[in-house]
Design a protein around this ligand. Structure first.
Ligand code: ADP
Ligand code: MG
Length: 292
C-alpha cells in the first residue's frame, strides 16, 4: 500500500481505538482469511462468577470451601479469584495454604490444614491420580450449560465440583457474523473443556472449536492452520496467548488484556470490543484497495 493509504488506515483505526503498530500490520490484515479467537477474556468478559458448588456424598460444603479458598488465594488465575470471592461471601474459617504450585493450563496444588488439595480440570485430576467417579456426571452437566467446571480434590478423591459462568461480551456474536460476512473463517481456541467451549461457540455461531489446549500448544494450532494455507489473525488477551499472537500473521491483543499480550501483538484493540476485529480487517482491505 502507498504511504498515504497506510496513514489514512492508521488514522481510521486510531479513531476507533484500533492501534496498528506498523504498516505491515495493516497490509497483512487485508489478507486474513481465518480469525482464531481465545475464549476467556476475549469472547467472554473474563470475569467468572461461581454459579454451582456440588459436593460428593457425605462431604461438608463449608469445609471444602475453606480448603479451596485457601489454595485459590495463592493463585492469580481468574477462576481462582472467582472461587475466593465466593468463599469470602460465606462464613468459613480462614486457612493457610503451603507449598502452592500452579500447574499451567490445568489447575493448582497445595497443602492446606494437613491435606493435599488440588483444584482444576479433569486432566489435573488424572495426572494427580485423583478419582472423580462420584462427580463426573455433575461436571458434564455444568459444562453442557456452557459453564466452566473444576474439581476440588482432597487427599486423592474429588470431593466437589465448582461451576463458574463467564458472561460473553455483548458484541461477540455480532463480531462473528461480521467476520463470516467478510468470508472469514472463525475458530475458537481455549484451555477450557470441550463441552463448555462448544456450548459457547454454538451461541456465538462459531464453526470450529479447539478446546482443552495447553498454553504452550496454542501457537502450534495457529501454525497448523498456516500450514493448511490459511492466513491467520489471532485474537487474545492473556499471558498464555502471547506465543500464538507472535506466531499468527497478525496478532491482535485486547486492550483490557495483559501487558505481555499487548507487547506481543501487531494490533491493539483499546476498547476491548470484539466488533473491532472485523473493523480492523476491513480497514486493512480498504487500505490495499486504494493502492490499485
Ligand atoms: P483459557 O485458555 O480459557 O484462558 P487456562 O489455560 O487459563 O484457560 O486454564 C484452562 C483450565 O485450567 C481452566 O478451564 C481450569 O479448568 C483449569 N485451571 C487453571 N488454573 C486453575 C485454578 N487456579 N483454579 C481452577 N482451575 C484452574
Ligand atoms: Mg484468555
Amino acid at each position: 500500500a502507498t504511504p498515504t493509504a497506510i496513514m489514512v488506515g492508521s488514522g481510521l483505526g486510531a479513531k476507533r481505538g484500533i492501534l496498528f503498530k506498523n504498516a505491515t500490520a495493516i497490509e497483512t490484515s487485508a489478507r486474513i482469511d481465518t480469525v482464531v479467537m481465545d475464549k476467556t477474556g476475549t469472547l467472554t468478559k473474563g470475569e467468572p462468577e461461581v454459579t454451582d458448588v456440588v459436593v460428593g456424598p457425605g462431604v461438608d460444603e463449608q469445609r471444602v470451601l475453606a480448603l479451596a479458598g485457601a489454595l485459590e488465594r495463592e493463585s492469580e488465575h481468574p477462576l481462582a479469584q472467582a472461587v475466593v470471592r465466593h468463599v469470602d461471601t460465606r462464613s468459613v474459617p480462614r486457612l493457610r495454604a503451603t507449598g502452592f504450585r500452579n500447574v499451567t493450563g490445568i489447575g493448582a496444588l497445595a497443602e492446606v490444614d494437613g491435606h493435599k488439595v488440588a483444584i482444576g480440570n479433569l486432566r489435573l485430576m488424572e495426572s494427580e491420580g485423583i478419582s472423580v467417579e462420584a462427580l463426573a456426571a455433575k461436571r458434564d452437566e455444568i459444562a453442557a450449560g456452557g459453564r466452566t467446571a473444576v474439581f476440588v480434590g482432597v487427599d486423592g478423591t474429588a470431593v466437589a465440583v465448582i461451576g463458574m459462568a463467564d458472561a460473553v461480551r455483548e458484541t461477540s456474536a455480532a463480531a462473528v457474523t461480521a467476520l463470516h460476512e467478510a468470508g472469514i473463517r472463525v475458530v475458537m481456541l481455549t484451555g477450557d473443556n470441550q463441552a463448555t467451549a462448544e456450548r459457547i461457540a454454538e451461541e456465538l455461531g462459531i464453526d470450529t472449536v479447539i478446546a482443552e489446549v495447553l498454553p504452550e500448544d496454542k501457537a502450534r494450532h495457529v501454525k497448523q492452520l498456516q500450514g493448511e494455507g490459511r492466513v491467520v489473525a489471532m485474537v487474545g488477551d492473556g499471558v498464555n496467548d502471547s506465543p500464538s499472537l507472535v506466531q499468527a500473521d497478525v496478532g491482535i491483543a485486547v486492550g483490557a488484556g495483559t501487558d505481555v499480550a499487548i507487547e506481543a501483538a501487531d494490533v491493539v484493540l483499546m476498547r476491548s470490543d470484539p466488533l473491532d476485529v472485523p473493523v480492523a480487517l476491513t480497514i486493512g482491505r480498504g487500505t490495499l484497495r486504494k493502492m490499485r
